[in-house]
Design a protein around this ligand. Structure first.
Ligand code: MN
Length: 250
């Protein structure tokens, strides 16, 4: 059992856990984290995208590799703790079948978390990387329900092959893209404050650049929490709220 670092009843947020069959140790670290969620009787768990590195369709959830998680998710559910999950750019095909199995409630980018009088805008973060025009065009295509329907109708083998192809290409492109393009755009962030002046701030992942940013706009201060990924850090990259403040452990 891992060391518990969160206050009782904490609200917990994670992103970019990037579970994959090729990294069984990360799966175990995350399973232990889920047991911590139970141990501290967290008030809720928010998974802000890219829980999985790839999701070709819900039938992979049946595969044995992710099965160890189901017991932990069930324990969380039985305590009455809700797990909310939103799609990332890697696992956006995670569907209702798997979510139901894991007792997760799917939420959309832009879900407002109301917590101790604060209003936090939750999102994965990829929509803020507006300077990466290539990626935004790809996102537009694959988030289209018709495209998804066609893709999910392919045999699993064909889907896996296509995902591997897309990932290979994206890795190649990433190596050529300037660093700044893969971070959120300041314009997009400012636009969000304009559109949602009532929020306390936003919480997102995706960029793998954990930080707490503050913005002053017309006498108001907005916060942007960026969650760490679980690939480079040894795990337990968690934003926990204790009833007043958030603390980020990387
Ligand atoms: Mn992502």
């Amino acid at each position: 059992m891992a060391v518990i670092r969160y206050p009782d009843g904490a609200i917990l947020c994670v992103a970019d856990v990037h579970l994959e069959a090729e990294a069984p140790e990360r799966l175990e670290v995350f399973r232990r984290f889920l047991l911590d969620v139970v141990a501290v009787k967290a008030s809720a768990l928010y998974i802000l995208g890219d829980l999985f590195t790839a999701w070709p369709g819900d039938e992979v959830g049946e595969a044995t590799v992710f099965e160890p998680l189901l017991g932990a998710f069930r324990a969380i559910h039985e305590l009455g703790i809700t797990v909310y999950v939103l799609h990332g750019n890697h696992d956006f095909l995670m569907g209702d079948v798997w979510c139901k199995k894991a007792h997760m409630i799917r939420i959309q980018d832009g879900y407002i978390l109301n917590w101790v009088g604060q209003h936090w805008y939750l999102l994965h973060g990829d929509t803020l990387c507006t300077e990466d025009i290539h990626y935004q065009a790809f996102r537009y295509m694959v988030r289209n329900p018709d495209w998804q329907k066609t893709f999910l109708a392919l045999p699993l083998e064909a889907r896996l092959k296509e995902i591997e192809h897309v990932r290979g290409r994206s890795e190649q492109e990433k190596a050529l893209k300037p660093e700044g393009i893969m971070d959120v755009s300041l314009d997009a962030v400012m636009h969000l404050w304009e559109k949602h002046p009532e929020v306390t701030g936003i919480i997102h992942g995706h960029t793998h650049r954990p930080a707490r940013h503050a913005y002053r706009v017309k006498d108001r201060v907005y916060t942007r929490w960026v969650l760490p990924d679980w690939i480079r850090s040894p795990g337990y990259g968690v934003l926990s709220g204790d009833g007043r403040n958030f603390t980020l452990s990387v």
